[in-house]
Design a protein around this ligand. Sequence first.
Ligand SMILES: Cc1ncc(C[n+]2csc(CCOP(=O)(O)OP(=O)(O)O)c2C)c(N)n1
Ligand SMILES: [Mg+2]
Length: 323
Amino acid sequence: MNAPAKDDREFLLGLHERMVLIREFEDRVKFLFLEGTMPGTIHQCQGQEATAVGVCAALEPGDFITSTFRGHGHALAKGLTVQEMLDELFGARTGCCKGKGGSMHMGNMDKGMVPGIAIVAGGIPLAAGMALAFKLQRRPQVVACFFGDGAVAEGAFHEGVNMAAIWNLPVILVCENNLYGASTRVDKVMRNPRISDRAASYGFRGETVDGNDVLAVHEAAQRAVAECRGGNGPVLLELLTYRRTGHSRRDACHYQPKDEREAWFSRDPIDRFAAKLLERGDVSAADLAAIKARVDAQIGAGVERAKAAALPALSELTEDVFA
Ligand SMILES: Cc1ncc(C[n+]2csc(CCOP(=O)(O)OP(=O)(O)O)c2C)c(N)n1
Ligand SMILES: [Mg+2]
């Protein structure tokens, strides 16, 4: 969905609904995981909804994203359905990766999402390669490559970003800086924690944005997409945000100081945007409640169907295996 006027009511409500969908999806998945109903492991994105939604709303359906182990929000923002994702989480053959990928590998190439790449920084060289293909084939598409602050110190970051730079590739490098790589705070592993500064050393533009402000993210992403489509990529967007939940599984986040958590919780992306919508005068609390109810019903029905969905047969185990 490319942006209509930025004060278009339906467009703004759409952004809100997508963020609420991600939050409710993640909360339900956490519950299912902790009660032992859902197999596998999980990395969740509660608190980071505005980054996924703001960026993906600036893309065309034919554009691509690459994602990480923390990809549920990216997938929902790029248009994967609740059902194909829940089915995937329950290991069902109707899942977006036929039940063989699970939480860390959400994706659907038909919807422009490469299944999640769990190797930290692993998506960056891949995104550069995809963008090189687009450029050589003179196709208008761009790739938005999501990664975390922890990826910036990896060799793959340097190699992929440098290649994207020297060949002016149409890649939007989206760093979701949530202040932590697992339990390690960014300032312990970076002498300069302003990640957008890295762009200058490769010779292209970088920008730091309030990643909990969906409209700020969306506007920055629109600028970056326009530059990339115009042959002036890549662009690095550093989106400042915060993970409200554990790094994975049962992590209780004891390393996040209480005052830091409270400060970020008061800047929650959904609460802030809801308040902004209510200030408009043409959006009511009842409108927002109706969105939440619609989302809850959708997820509730999806969970029941996913629980009953058929698993792949043993004979399908080696299908779709390329190496
Ligand atoms: C190359 C590599 N090293 C280590 C890991 C284990 N690991 C998984 S997630 C993670 C932290 C990543 O932090 P960040 O990039 O900031 O992403 P976030 O978890 O904050 O979304 C680590 C070290 C891995 N998956 N890949
Ligand atoms: Mg991080």
